[in-house]
Structures are given as C-alpha cells and as structure tokens.
Design a protein. Structure first.
Length: 284
C-alpha cells in the first residue's frame, strides 16, 4: 500500500474518531467552558437518541425510574471540566432532573434529588460536602424515555452570598415566578408584570396556550399547600386575563409541596420552592 493511501486511511480513521468523541461530549461539555466563563454546565432537553447512541452521547446518563448515574468513557473529561470551575469561595450546584411519571424513591422528595446525589458521588473526594448544593427539576415527558437512556443533569458554580433567587427566573423550558411565605401575591418586582404583560400580548396574537403550575414549600398540611399552589396560579391567570389573554388558553395545576427544587431545610430553599412555573405550549 502506498504511503499517500496509508496517510489518507489514517486521516479518515482519525476524523471518524474525532466526530464520535465530539458528539459524545458536546451536549454536556460545551456549556461548562462556554457562555458563562467556564462556570456553568447546563443540561439540555433529552435528545432523540436511543439505545447505544444515547449512551455514547451522554457522559452521565440515566434510565427510567432508576436513580443510578451511569457513565461512559467521556465522564472523566466532563469531571475535569466541571472541577476546573472551582474557585476559593464558590459552590457547585448539581441539579438532578426527572419526569413526573417516575416514582419517588425512599428518603428523597423526588427522583431528581436522588440523581443529584448519585452525580455528586461520582466526584468523590474532589468535592467536599460544603462545596456542593443539591437541586432538582422536572422535565417534559417525551416518547421513548421509558425504554431508552437520557440526560438528566446540570452543573453551575455559584458564589453563595451573590446567589439570590430571582423573582423571575428564565430556564430553558419555563419561567419561574416566586412568592413570599404563605402568600398568593407574587413578590413585588416590575420584571414580573413586564413579563406577564408581554406573555398576554403574545397569547393574543398567536393563540398559544400556557400551563401555570403552582408550588409551595413544606410548611403546612398537604391539602392546604395544594390549595395555596392553586391560588397562586389563579393570581397569575387573573393578571394574564386582565391584560387580554383568553381564559381558555390558560391551564392551572397545583403540585403543592410535592415537587421541590431545593431543600426545605433552609429558608433560602423554601423561598425557591414557593413558585409558579409558566410553560408556553406552542401551537403545532
């Protein structure tokens, strides 16, 4: 075989390896070294990969109703990138995600917290307990998740004294509006009204629908918290309707204290749990 041909074959093999490795790392590694100065790794919505392809694509992946964090050969690279964001005074927030249909495990408020703890264990002694904060978040259901592996994690380095839960927080698939303790009135913040006014205007123009899901902390009885969560969604719905949205475009749901995103052991965590999540349902 001639030297040029051997070099060509070697290049093709290298190129295939590069592409496979790149696809495997892209979703979870790029965020750790990109938009926020190497401090954030934000999980994306589960890609439509299945079987072996899904396993190859995610350095950390999960299976339906299973809290165990599975890894592939790219996890060491992900681990190094995440740890590179450690500074003298910051804390790593690890968010575990879950689908509403997945059962709650023993000793955890939901499967998201259990998964976050599993991910934390993968870092071993490189992270001491006081440098880690565990969080949870639901994901939108999709076809095939019960049969195939999926991504369900996010990482963010934060400075605790600078981390204040915003009244309006924008995530990739929802907007979060927070409430004071025991109140059905949203916290005063012009950004809340500004966002809701724009949302109502969009709904009038496009006919899109929204789902408002109310949540509470764990203070009080379950039934009372279900009612409180629903009253919070109705307060947001009333604002949207007053600004021109059609009531038939708005669905209200309450989960009460059943889907915390942070620990209810601290006031900061309880504050983050008192919220309404706004999800826009785009027209097909």
């Amino acid at each position: 075989m001639s030297l040029p041909l051997r070099l060509l074959i070697a290049f093709v093999v290298w190129l295939l390896y590069f592409l496979l490795t790149y696809n495997g790392c892209r979703d979870e590694l790029c965020y750790a070294c990109g938009e926020k100065g190497g401090t954030t790794t934000e999980a994306v919505s589960p890609a439509p990969d299945t079987g072996a392809a899904a396993i190859a694509n995610y350095p950390v992946y999960f299976k339906w109703s299973d809290p165990k964090a599975y890894t592939n050969e790219n996890f060491d690279s992900l681990r190094q990138v995440v740890l590179a964001g450690m500074k003298d005074n910051n804390i790593l927030e690890i968010t575990g995600m879950y689908f509403e249909g997945e059962p709650k495990p023993e000793d955890f408020a939901n499967l998201g917290f259990a998964r976050a703890e599993q991910i934390r264990a993968l870092f071993g002694n490189a992270l001491v307990d006081d440098r880690v904060r565990i969080r949870a978040r639901t994901m939108d259901d999709r076809e095939g998740v019960q049969e195939h592996p999926f991504s369900a994690s996010a990482f963010e380095w934060i400075v605790p004294e600078e981390k204040v839960a915003e009244t309006v927080e924008e995530l990739d698939d929802r907007i979060i509006i927070r409430f004071p303790f025991g109140s059905t009135e949203k916290e005063y913040d012009p950004k809340v009204d500004e966002y809701l006014e724009k949302l109502a205007e969009r709904m009038k123009k496009t006919g899109e629908k929204v789902t408002l899901t109310g949540h509470t902390d764990n203070v009080g009885e379950d039934e009372a918290n279900i009612r409180l969560g629903m009253e919070r969604t109705r307060a947001i719905k009333s604002f949207l309707v007053r600004n021109g949205a059609d009531p038939d475009q708005i669905e209200t749901v309450s989960k009460g204290e059943g889907q915390p995103v942070a620990s209810n052991e601290t006031e900061e965590g309880r504050h983050e749990n008192r919220r309404v999540e706004v999800r826009l349902i785009k027209k097909q």
